[in-house]
Design a protein around this ligand. Sequence first.
Ligand SMILES: *Cc1c(COP(=O)(O)O)cnc(C)c1O
Length: 523
Amino acid sequence: MNDLNPAGWRPEMGPRQHPAHETAAVHTATGNRGLQLEEPLIFEIGAPGGCGVDFDAVEGGPADALAPFVRKAPLALPGLSEPETVRHYTRLSRQNYAIDLGPFPLGSCTMKHNPRLDEKVARMAGFADVHPLQPVHTVQGALKVIHELAQWLCTLTGMPGVAMTPKAGAHGELCGLLCIRAALEARGDAREVVLVPESAHGTNPATAAFAGYRVESIPATADGRVDRAALEARLGSDVAAVMITNPNTCGLFERELKAIADAVHAVGAFVYCDGANFNAIVGRVRPGDLGVDAMHINLHKTFSTPHGGGGPGSGPVVLSEALVPYGPLPFIAVEADGELRLIEEEDAPRDHPGAFGRMSAFHGQMGMFTRALAYILSHGADGLRQVSGDAVLNANYLLRSLEDVLDAPFGASGPCMHEALFSDDGFAAGFSTIDLAKGLIDEGFHPMTVYFPLVVHGAMLVEPTETESKAGLDQLGMAIRSLAERARAGDEALKHAPMLAPRRRLDETLAARKPVLRWREPA
Ligand SMILES: *Cc1c(COP(=O)(O)O)cnc(C)c1O
């Protein structure tokens, strides 16, 4: 963590009056507000027939055989010139918030600064231009990147094997459960149930259900951890696996995971650990030492790679001794002469008879692998350890500096891990988490994760990550503090936030229930 503050703001300067407060009522003919530009839909600005390039007129008509395929009505394309198109998308992009503009305090997402070095490495032609169908002897360098990254992931987690092909956290969960199912079926022991704590990320029960299991929920204790007694009481010969997030979604370390894992193994079941929160413990805790059988690692959270907007992601799954024989194809093997080889279906009967199949067409997300390995190598083992230390320190700094104005439901459970959990308990009647979150937009910040985890009413989950400076945390903390005070005092204006954003508060329920996904010609 460093104390450089690019914005030049210091806590002792107090809140700055943004001129927009005074100019909110200024009328402009265009709707633009200085550099904040209004932008219509592309279909509203294009003229039919407009085009970015000039085509020669076609001589004569089409051949008879092609006639049935000739378009009867003009194609409803927007029709813009190249500069108009570029401006349209650039204007839209400026209405977006980005990690390069400010912090993204989204709990559970680990939205950190991505070093430019990693981007540079991923764009090197030798990595960026390889094709997954190239002969293996021509891509030995790319395979070496995957193999070396795999070894780092095994070392960091204390696990003997890793499936590199899953393309996101949730995809990794599916991979892990399919390995577990293959292992159970191999011993003729089909089971039906997967136990999931109620604090779990939504993808956990969804994955278990998708894999064909019946999901049963395990309650949390008052201190925000999984109820070990309730979990152990439910264990039995019908349970295939327990899915536990550690650190969990309340931002707390599951201290009893080892004992839980022993109890799970005693009934012949497996432990799936959701490793999306690995950022809090990387370099300090090896999940393999805690009895975990399978855990996905979100490379796009812990190990660099810009994420958000749906991807790309990468979710390698580390596997225990018991599950390695069932991992998916393809994977990389080292030949006696040092050449790297891809083990595919044709090799599987001899080299990997337990393989349940494949998770994706090819080797996985190559661009994510190069970024992750560049990130790991540039930090080194000691740097990765510092990442988790700084991430946890930053979250605790926010937790302790805000708990006098915001309810911290598990503040008494000890230090948090990499995210601080608050609730709207104590807000004036009629005010809730959404008001504070929308107010943060006016303050120039992306809101935190809201209403998750579900075990806390009106939850606000703040994950600052290790890449925010103390000055940056103070600025975010000051904004949250000011909004919490307004919500406690019942400041009606807060109910109308955001006032200064390109769009006001939207009806999210209506947008979800009746989405308008297609532009229609105005009648
Ligand atoms: C992000 C996340 C996931 C899902 O990962 P994706 O890459 O988005 O599929 C699962 N569990 C937790 C706790 C997460 O934070």
